[in-house]
Design a protein. Structure first.
Length: 227
């Protein structure tokens, strides 16, 4: 991570950053956007970030995408192992390649870092922790992994994470696998890691529909932002 962007995923050993002394604003406005083509959502969050002012409320967008691979701005095409007909979009977040598809909850976080007194590292921690909180509520032990942002259950990744920061404001966010076809992950090196296993809530015994998982994730993220 640097001043401009954060890559996809976290760290078991990483401690909670110190944000003492900051008064946090209200929770983000939550928008449920259904199933949206990736390009439409990508253009919308870039436009939102470009036009926002110091008074613009923060927002959290909850949605799903039709099948698409996204490749971070420094992503290497060799991590796309086979052409299976799923479109590939190069984007301006950090990280390598990941897959989005129906049954995966996307949470795009549109936050003013300076107003909230947050760092990029802190936002990554909050997104990971909200996911860990959701898993723990269902008896599943998730973990961070050093140098590989995201959330893992044993050796499998259940949530991928990538951010962009522009003029002190974030966009992009977190993708949580809920109940989806995981087969397209086999045609890439997920997040640039050869052989990385991928899992989802339904296979972990968490019986949540995507809408319910989105609500649970949003509630936990709001609680963390307010805390």
């Amino acid at each position: 991570m640097n001043g401009e962007l954060a890559a996809s995923g976290g760290s078991d050993a990483r401690s909670e950053p110190d944000v003492s002394g900051f008064a946090l604003p209200e929770s983000p406005v939550v928008r449920r956007m259904g199933v949206i083509e990736y390009a439409e959502a990508y253009d919308a969050m870039r436009a939102f970030t470009a036009r926002r002012t110091g008074d613009t409320p923060d927002e959290l967008w909850l949605l799903e995408h039709p099948p698409v691979y996204t490749l971070g701005q420094a992503g290497k095409p060799e991590h796309l192992l086979r052409d299976n007909g799923i479109p590939v979009v190069r984007v301006d977040r950090g990280g390598q390649v990941t897959y989005h598809g129906p049954g995966q909850v996307i949470a795009y976080v549109l936050l003013d870092l300076r107003r909230r007194g947050l760092t990029v590292k802190r936002v990554v921690w909050l997104l990971e922790q909200a996911t860990l909180d959701l898993l723990a509520a269902h008896g599943v032990a998730g973990a961070r992994r050093a140098g590989a942002p995201g959330v893992y259950v044993e050796d499998a990744k259940v949530a991928a994470l990538g951010l962009r920061v522009r003029s002190g404001c974030t966009y992009h966010g977190l993708a949580l696998n809920v109940n989806m076809d995981l087969a397209p992950f086999r045609d890439i090196n997920p997040c640039g890691y050869e052989g990385l296993a991928v899992t989802q809530l339904v296979d972990l015994g968490v019986a949540l529909a995507p809408d319910a998982a989105a609500t649970a994730l949003a509630d936990r993220l709001a609680a963390r932002l307010e805390g």
